[in-house]
Design a protein around this ligand. Structure first.
Ligand SMILES: NC(=O)c1ccc[n+]([C@@H]2O[C@H](COP(=O)([O-])OP(=O)(O)OC[C@H]3O[C@@H](n4cnc5c(N)ncnc54)[C@H](OP(=O)(O)O)[C@@H]3O)[C@@H](O)[C@H]2O)c1
Length: 268
């Protein structure tokens, strides 16, 4: 792979594992993080093991579209050749961002949507875009109204799943609109990260009983790393392989409607 890979959420479990793996391969990385102190710590730790690594850090808050715009404006053309939309969150309760979006949707969907679109003119035409989705996508349906859940319609896992399903829909429509791009989906499985602490009283118990059964971040991020090296798109990277995007997700008319509604909501 040539060029620098932008990794959002590079301070997280799988984000940091991705940075480490890319650094080990001699691939320059731009770590796009909301917490610069945490980012500096991850960078230092990776540099400790890979002193030659080329790791840049910049701030982005995907829960703020102004922050996304500022990040994109500050990026020099041709400085990045691949984008790994890795950052994500499962909000414990209903909350609204400065832009009026539900927080889980903003971080997992609206933020990456806008970031990717704003970066397109600065990327090579055959840039690689890897979007981190989830097996939870299969349990939900999508329509224009689900992009902005009301407090009544909010549920921790349901809203997360619909945000990831929206990112999946975006990926397919992006690939249709920009056939030269290499857009791919990565599904890490269930990974022992902070994200799967859902804020319940039994989390400490789950840590001891459930987390040991989950994948380690370094394993969970492998599908995404393979997707980042893919010669073409659009494939669904999961487990040790990749396959055609599952039929249950193929609905171009829906993708077009979701795209149009997103454009309207973000006022692109
Ligand atoms: N863990 C799983 O089982 C699983 C399964 C399927 C899919 N995924 C997806 O895999 C990706 C990585 O998850 P993970 O398990 O590595 O989670 P994690 O350890 O919780 O990492 C999440 C990352 O996202 C960043 N982030 C959160 N809110 C942000 C915001 N407003 N702006 C910018 N960055 C923000 C976090 O930054 P801070 O360090 O500042 O908090 C962190 O770097 C996510 O997209 C997740 O949805 C995970």
């Amino acid at each position: 792979m040539n060029g620098r890979v932008l990794v959002t959420g590079a301070t997280g479990s799988m984000g940091a594992a991705a940075v480490e793996s890319l650094a080990a391969q001699g691939i320059p990385v731009l770590m796009a993080c909301r917490n610069l102190e945490k980012a500096a710590a991850v960078r230092e730790s990776v540099l400790g093991r890979h002193p030659q690594a080329d790791l840049a850090v910049r701030k982005i808050d995907l829960a703020s579209l102004d922050s996304v715009r500022a990040f994109a404006e500050g990026l020099k053309a041709d400085s990045v050749t691949a984008v790994f939309n890795n950052a994500g969150v499962i909000s414990k309760s209903y909350s609204i961002t400065v832009d009026g979006f539900e927080n889980t949707f903003s971080v997992n969907y609206f933020g990456p949507w806008l970031l990717t679109l704003l970066l397109l003119p600065k990327l090579p035409p055959d840039a690689r875009i890897v979007n981190m989705v989830s097996l939870t996508c299969r349990f939900v349906t999508l329509d224009e109204t689900t992009l902005r859940p009301t407090e009544r319609a909010f549920s921790q896992l349901g809203t997360y799943a619909r945000a990831k399903r929206s990112l999946l829909s975006f990926s397919l429509e992006l690939a249709r609109r920009h056939p030269q791009l290499r857009v791919n989906l990565a599904d890490p499985g269930v990974v022992a990260s902070d994200m799967i602490d859902l804020g319940h009283w039994y989390d400490p118990l789950a840590d001891r009983l459930f987390k040991p059964l989950c994948k380690k971040p370094v394993d969970g991020v492998q599908p995404a790393l393979r997707a980042l090296a893919a010669a073409e798109g659009v494939r669904y990277y999961v487990g040790k392989g990749d396959r055609a995007v599952p039929r249950r997700y193929l609905n171009p008319a829906l993708d077009t409607r979701i795209w149009a509604e997103t454009e309207r909501l973000i006022r692109v």
